[in-house]
Ligand binder design. Structure first.
Ligand code: GLU
Length: 410
């Protein structure tokens, strides 16, 4: 198992061991049957590398995690000026189903509370069928595979969704809804009932991290301007009335859903998808939030701790006979160490190496998580008969177990 995957597996294990908290959504019977123990996390880099841990094969309904992606589609279709006539940008600080209409304009506060999300959905053009097809194909392009509707969940949402219909009628009366309230909410219920896995959600998030190009399929989904607006609204409004504290503690634009999923984005770097059905009183996955918070802390992913130097950490890489000479530079954080780890694995698979000389002279800072990952990569390589030798073991420790046997060779 590669070091990033084993870090994710360990992290899930720690949180799975905590006593279960929260309640599985039960406002419709189909959601209440969800397996409360299911727990998964996936991470996808903008290079398209997918790391998975836990129950990644289990699917669940996307629910409100769909909102930022539909918002991005409507921004891409209509542009910011037109969309902003219908939906605002302010955190409501209120629960997901609050009325939150702006006095004067009648616009819902933002696209991530239900009122704003229903308006966003209503703005996708065409007949109801065409509009839903655009949404389903758009979200499928974000995920890189065809997503299907859970008909049971859709039907019971449609049966019980009076409050959402009321939000539809209210926004219609304010002149901001793009079609009839009945049609808009029906499309919205189908959108919420699309089934996804934690990996789908991570790839969708990574497409936002990669400025609208799906990093796995390499296909463009939405333009950069649509992504920028979507991420801004996710950063300020994504976790409903918990958005401010989320930004402080986790520091990643995110969106949760009552199916137990959460999407989180580190712009320019990676997307994360977590899944665990029990929710807190605000409708956010309890374990999902805890796992994301720890991931952000341990891996140093908070948006407002940007790396000191934005450039490749590899300054030179060459192979001489059975040795790889790799020179690194700048700050080594999680993202840098993940990239170096992958480069080393690729080189080890391509050349018959026995050693890697890691020149760390120009490395300025080594974050603990980067040192840990490099050591784990060193252990991996050692198991394949390749020794990873840092030029300065104070900066980057060598993998355990490799020093003794080799000190004679130095
Ligand atoms: N379908 C749900 C609703 O609109 C989604 C709520 C959520 O995931 O937060 O009520």
């Amino acid at each position: 198992m590669d070091p990033v995957t084993s870090a994710l597996v360990r992290l899930l294990g720690r949180h799975a061991a905590d006593p279960p908290q929260g309640r599985v959504a039960d406002y419709i019977p189909e959601l209440a049957v969800a397996n409360a123990e299911a727990f998964a996390m996936s991470m996808v880099s903008v290079h398209g590398h997918v790391y998975e841990a836990g129950d990644v094969e289990q699917s669940f309904t996307i629910q409100s995690v769909s909102k930022p992606f539909v918002y991005a589609l409507v921004l891409a279709d209509l542009g910011l000026d037109e969309v902003s006539r219908h939906i605002g940008f302010e955190p409501s600080g209120e629960p997901f189903n609050a009325i939150s209409l702006e006095p004067g304009t009648g616009r819902p506060a933002n696209a991530l509370i239900n009122a704003g999300a229903i308006v966003a959905t209503s703005l996708i053009a065409g007949t109801p069928e065409e509009s839903f097809t655009r949404i389903r194909e758009g979200l499928s392009a974000f995920a890189g595979r065809t997503l299907e509707v859970d008909e049971q969940v859709y039907l019971s949402e449609a049966e019980t969704g009076d409050r959402n219909r009321a939000l539809g009628y209210l926004t219609l009366s304010q002149g901001v809804l793009g079609r009839s309230a009945q049609e808009a909410t029906d499309i919205y219920f189908r959108q919420c009932a699309l089934r996804v896995t934690a990996t789908d959600v991570a790839i969708m998030a990574a497409t936002l991290a990669n400025m609208g190009v799906n990093p796995v399929t390499r296909k463009p989904v939405v333009d950069e301007a649509a992504v920028r607006t979507t991420l801004s609204v996710m950063a300020t409004c994504g976790m409903y009335d918990n958005s401010g504290e989320w930004m402080v503690r986790v520091g990643l634009p995110a969106k949760s859903g009552v199916g137990g999923g959460i999407a989180a984005v580190l712009p320019g770097e990676l997307g994360l998808g977590v899944f665990s059905p029990p929710l807190d009183a605000r409708g956010n996955s309890v374990r999902g939030m805890a796992a994301l918070q720890e991931t952000s802390e341990r891996l140093g992913l908070h948006m407002f701790t940007p790396p000191g130097v934005h450039r490749s950490p590899v300054s030179a890489s060459s192979v001489e006979e059975d040795r790889l000479i790799l020179a690194l530079r700048g700050e080594l954080d999680f993202v840098a160490a993940e990239g170096i780890g992958r480069h080393l694995q690729e080189m080890a698979a391509t050349f018959p190496l026995t050693a890697v000389d890691l020149d760390v002279t120009d490395v300025t800072v080594v974050r603990p998580i980067a040192a840990e990952l490099l050591q784990a990569t060193g252990r991996d390589l050692l198991a394949r008969g390749i020794r990873l030798i840092p030029s300065d073991r104070e900066k980057v420790p060598e993998a355990e177990g490799s020093r003794d046997g080799d000190s004679s060779k130095d």
